[in-house]
Design a protein around this ligand. Structure first.
Ligand SMILES: NC(=O)c1ccc[n+]([C@@H]2O[C@H](COP(=O)([O-])OP(=O)(O)OC[C@H]3O[C@@H](n4cnc5c(N)ncnc54)[C@H](O)[C@@H]3O)[C@@H](O)[C@H]2O)c1
Length: 264
């Protein structure tokens, strides 16, 4: 949990990929700030668990199983969230998949999955709430992009391309939504030790014939600040970006990553 909390009582957040890692962190932080949270995830049980955590801590939450590649399912989830809480103030388009690391392993199906979830899924998610936010003339949209969207590399190429597309989509959508008072920004996490990142570390370490801890120690040493991004760094930034203090911040890609954007 972020060390500072802003008061978001009466607000409602809709989160994709909310059942794990960074999305779970966003959900818990929003609830700690007083917002009701619509926790959606492809993994419905994971969404249920996070919603139960929020309710157990005294908050309000609704869990829904949603695949962000399914436009109709998103529309149903947005309608269900509005029916339950009356409105959606904040959208976290966060769900993502990594895809294969090595260039020669990438199949056409891998391209489809990574692009369907990471960029088409983000676009469909935003579209599902856009009319509601335009009609209310308020709203905050936050994408979870990545430092990999701005930095070239020989690994996880479809992932990098999809995240670069998310950054352009963020700027374009910011132009569409600006006349309605809706801000649109992207957070670019650095290496954050979520289940996605830990399984990548596990696979890469095995390929290199070293332990996962040895791989992670080497990876951290290549970050200028020498440490991984923590979920709290991301949730603290997110709560600021949805707060009244950030009303004119839009079209930005913000990287609370300790310098990973410039490291190898
Ligand atoms: N962990 C990192 O180092 C890191 C760095 C930069 C960006 N990111 C991004 O952060 C976001 C969250 O990743 P994370 O690290 O928390 O990973 P995670 O694997 O812990 O969580 C991702 C969640 O997304 C869900 N999901 C996957 N496909 C989905 C789909 N089609 N529809 C709905 N939900 C789906 C998964 O079930 C999972 O709960 C992703 O967009 C990821 O690309 C992560």
């Amino acid at each position: 949990m972020s060390r500072i909390t802003v008061d978001l009582t009466g607000k409602v957040a809709f989160i994709t990929g909310g059942g794990s890692g960074i999305g779970r962190g966003f959900g818990l932080q929003m609830a700690a700030c007083g917002a009701a949270v619509i926790v959606t995830d492809l993994n419905g049980q994971a969404a249920d668990r996070v919603a139960a955590e929020i309710v157990a801590a005294g908050g309000q939450a609704l869990a829904l199983p949603v695949d962000v590649a399914d436009a109709a399912a998103l529309d149903v989830a947005v309608a269900a969230g509005i029916a339950r809480f009356g409105q959606i103030d904040f959208l976290f388009a966060n769900a993502g998949v990594l895809g294969p690391a090595d260039y020669l392993d990438i199949t056409p199906d891998d391209w489809d999955l990574v692009m369907d979830v990471n960029i088409k899924g983000v676009a469909l998610t935003c579209r599902a709430v856009a009319t509601h936010m335009m009609e209310r003339k308020q709203g905050r949209i936050l994408m979870t992009a990545s430092y990999n969207g701005v930095r070239a590399g020989a690994h996880v190429i479809p992932y990098r391309v999809s995240k670069a597309a998310v950054l352009m989509y963020t700027r374009c959508l910011a132009m569409v939504m600006a006349p309605y008072g809706v801000t649109v920004n992207a957070i670019c996490p650095g290496v954050t030790l979520t289940p996605m990142q830990l399984s990548y570390a596990e696979e890469t370490a095995a390929e290199q014939g070293i332990t996962r801890d040895a791989y992670l120690a080497d990876r951290a040493a290549r970050i200028p600040m020498g440490q991984f991004t923590e979920i709290d760094d991301l949730t603290g930034l997110a709560q600021f970006l949805v707060s009244d203090s950030a009303r004119l911040i839009t079209g930005q890609a913000i990287a609370p990553d300790g310098g990973v954007m410039t490291s190898s």
